[in-house]
Design a protein around this ligand. Structure first.
Ligand code: ACO
Length: 274
C-alpha cells in the first residue's frame, strides 16, 4: 500500500517555479500542470513539487484532480534535460554514475506514488498529449477521464530509457502484459477511442463536455461517505494480491473496523478466548 510522502510541503512560490498550481476547495484539490508554453513538460522540480503537494495535502481532501493547462496534458520530461541543453533555472537530472542515482529516481517517483493513497481518489483529466512522464502521471491516478483529442504514448524506450516514474505496473495491471509490451516497445500513440477499449480511460468525452464531466465525476465520488470510500479503496487495492479467501477475510476485517469506528465500539476478544 502506498502512502503520502513525508516531505515538507513547498511554499506556493516554489510550486509556481516548478510549473505547478494547487487549488484546494473543501474536499477537492486540483493540481494543474501549468507550463503550457512547454506543453507542461516536467523537470525534477515538477516531481518534487508534486511530492510536496501530496505531503502537504489537507486531511479533509478526498478527491485530487490532476489537469494540464493548454492544449496538452503533459509532454513528458523536458527534453532539454536529456539533450544536455538544460532548462533555464532548473537543476539537471542526476548523473547515472552518481551513487545517489536510484535514490534520486525514488524522490522523483514520490511525486507519483501518493496519488494511490487510500485516503483520496485521484483523477487524471487528460486533454491532448500525455507522453512519457506525462502518461505515467495519468497512470499514477486511480481514474482517467479523457477528452476526445487525448493521445497517450509511452515514449521512453524510443528515447533510450525505461519508464521509471511508476507507470509500468499500472499499465500492465490495466492492459495486460502483451499489450503493455507492444505499447512500450513500439512507443506508439494510443488515441482516446483505443484508450477506452484498452480500459486506459474510464470515460471519453467531447472537449466541450470535458470540464463538466470531470465535475460530475468529482460530485459522484463525494456523494459517497468519506469513511466507507476510504475503506473500500483500501480493500480494492488489496484484491489483486490476495486469494479469494484472503480477500474475504480482508472484507470482514474492513467491515468490522468501519462499523465499530462508526459506533465507537471497541474490538471484541479474539475468537476462542474465554
Ligand atoms: N520538453 C521541452 N520542450 C517541449 C516539450 C518537451 N517534452 N514538448 C514540447 N515542448 C516545447 C516545444 O519545444 C515548443 O517550444 P517552442 O515554442 O520554443 O518551439 C513548445 O513546447 C510547443 O511545442 P510544439 O511541438 O510546437 O506543440 P504541439 O502542440 O505542436 O505538439 C507535442 C505537442 C506533441 C507534445 C510535441 O511538443 C512533442 O512531441 N513534444 C515532445 C514529447 C516527448 O518526446 N517527450 C518526452 C517523453 S519521454 C519522458 O517523458 C521520460
Amino acid at each position: 500500500m502506498t502512502s503520502r510522502p513525508s516531505a515538507e510541503p513547498s511554499p506556493d512560490g516554489s510550486l509556481g517555479a516548478a510549473g505547478l498550481r494547487l487549488a484546494v476547495g473543501g474536499e477537492v484539490a486540483t493540481v494543474t500542470l501549468a507550463r503550457p508554453e512547454r506543453r507542461n513538460a516536467m523537470t525534477p522540480a515538477t516531481w518534487r513539487g508534486l511530492a510536496a503537494i501530496g505531503a502537504g495535502l489537507p486531511p479533509q481532501v478526498r478527491v485530487v484532480v490532476i489537469r494540464g493547462e493548454g492544449p496538452s496534458f503533459c509532454a513528458g520530461i523536458d527534453l532539454r534535460l536529456l539533450s544536455g541543453e538544460g532548462a533555464p533555472g532548473e537543476e539537471g537530472l542526476v548523473n547515472p554514475g552518481d551513487p545517489d542515482f536510484e535514490q534520486a529516481i525514488a524522490r522523483y517517483q514520490a511525486g507519483y506514488l501518493w496519488l494511490r493513497d487510500p485516503s483520496i481518489v485521484s483523477i487524471a483529466a487528460v486533454q491532448g498529449h500525455a507522453i512519457g512522464a506525462g502518461f505515467q502521471l495519468a497512470l499514477a491516478c486511480d481514474l482517467r477521464i479523457l477528452a476526445e483529442d487525448a493521445k497517450l504514448c509511452m515514449k521512453e524506450p524510443a528515447l533510450g530509457l525505461v519508464p521509471d516514474l511508476t507507470g509500468t505496473k499500472p499499465l500492465v495491471d490495466i492492459v495486460g502484459l502483451p499489450r503493455a509490451m507492444e505499447l512500450c516497445l513500439t512507443a506508439r500513440t494510443v488515441t482516446a477511442a483505443e484508450a477506452v477499449a484498452l480500459r486506459l480511460a474510464e470515460l471519453v468525452v467531447p472537449a466541450a463536455e470535458f470540464d463538466a464531466a470531470v465535475s460530475d465525476l468529482v460530485a459522484a465520488l463525494l456523494a459517497v461517505g468519506a469513511a466507507p470510500a476510504r475503506a473500500t479503496k483500501a480493500l480494492l487495492q488489496q484484491a489483486a494480491g490476495h486469494t479469494l479467501q484472503e480477500q474475504a477475510a480482508a472484507e470482514r476485517r474492513a467491515q468490522a473496523a468501519l462499523l465499530r469506528r462508526r459506533a465507537s465500539v471497541p474490538a471484541g476478544p479474539p475468537p476462542g478466548s474465554p
